[in-house]
Ligand binder design. Structure first.
Ligand SMILES: Nc1ncnc2c1ncn2[C@@H]1O[C@H](COP(=O)(O)OP(=O)(O)O)[C@@H](O)[C@H]1O
Ligand SMILES: [Mg+2]
Length: 257
């Protein structure tokens, strides 16, 4: 195994990590070991891609790291908080205040405008002044390039624009980490490139953290680092990825059908 991560010069804080993560779905003969003792950290202020073939455990890893699902054994941490120590209410608050999500389906509210969709999580949080930062939201609108679309409804936008709204919504509360699961899965390659460029820019311009699940080498190449999963295990990491390098690495895992 090659581990280029050890050559990183500046020590970085970990925005999210799992230690010895095991996830078993079901029980008995039909059980599936989706994660098999995975330990991986996602450095703060960086864009990390989780890459692997379909069924390798990428979404499971993301869901458990983000507190959307629980591990069978091992621990998941957001910053210094170990998720299993939180009761349901505190876990809900942590997801709301410290984590952002982008999914393949944009999951916008059709009856709300772009502006309302972006601030929806903050408005649901009860309008506490300490959560909402209007200057940040305003800057974010420019980063995602939606200034001219703020009063449109999602149905009046292209898929790429809708996903850019979802990206802005994910970052609106200045979360410690944004998790994205196949965020370009529904987009044509040009819109996909826009959204990936946007994720990368947001990380670099605002020192935010993104962890993105993808099976697409072109998408993974936008990240600062790629971690590879195969059969529920972490098998490699790669810094400064290119689509060709990622594709080459993936070919080793793919079993031709
Ligand atoms: N809710 C579930 N119940 C049972 N098996 C599941 C469930 N979710 C995922 N799996 C299985 O766990 C393995 C990993 O799935 P997943 O994390 O979705 O992989 P990926 O995102 O890399 O495609 C697969 O074998 C999948 O079939
Ligand atoms: Mg998946």
């Amino acid at each position: 195994m090659t581990t280029s991560a050890t050559t990183t010069t500046t020590p970085t804080r970990t925005a999210a990590r799992v230690v010895d993560a095991v996830k078993v779905y079901g029980s008995g003969d039909t059980s599936v070991r989706a994660l098999d003792r995975v330990s991986v950290g996602f450095p703060a202020g960086r864009f990390t891609a989780i890459m692997g073939p379909s069924g390798s455990g990428k979404s499971t890893l993301m869901h458990c790291a983000a507190g959307l699902d629980t591990l069978t054994s091992g621990t998941a941490h957001i910053g210094d908080t170990e998720l299993s120590t939180l009761d349901d209410r505190r876990l809900t608050l942590l997801r709301r205040d410290r984590v952002g999500f982008v999914f393949q389906a944009y999951n916008l509210v059709p009856t709300l405008t772009v502006a309302e969709n972006i601030t929806l999580p903050l408005d649901l949080a009860g309008g506490k002044g300490d959560i909402r930062d209007d200057e940040w939201i305003d800057a974010l609108i420019d980063v995602v390039g939606l200034r001219g679309r703020l009063h449109h409804r999602p149905s009046e936008l292209s898929g790429g624009q809708q996903q850019r709204v979802a990206v802005a919504r994910a970052f609106a509360g200045q979360p410690d980490v944004v998790f994205a699961d196949e965020p370009t899965g529904n987009l044509d390659s040009r819109s996909g490139e826009e959204v990936l460029g946007l994720l990368g820019r947001t990380v670099r311009q605002t020192a935010r953290t993104v962890v993105m699940v993808t099976h697409d080498p072109v998408a993974a190449a936008h990240a600062d680092e790629v971690v590879f999963l195969a059969d529920g295990r972490l098998v490699d990491r790669m810094t400064s990825p290119t689509a060709d390098k990622v594709l080459d690495r993936m070919k080793a895992f793919e079993v031709p059908s």
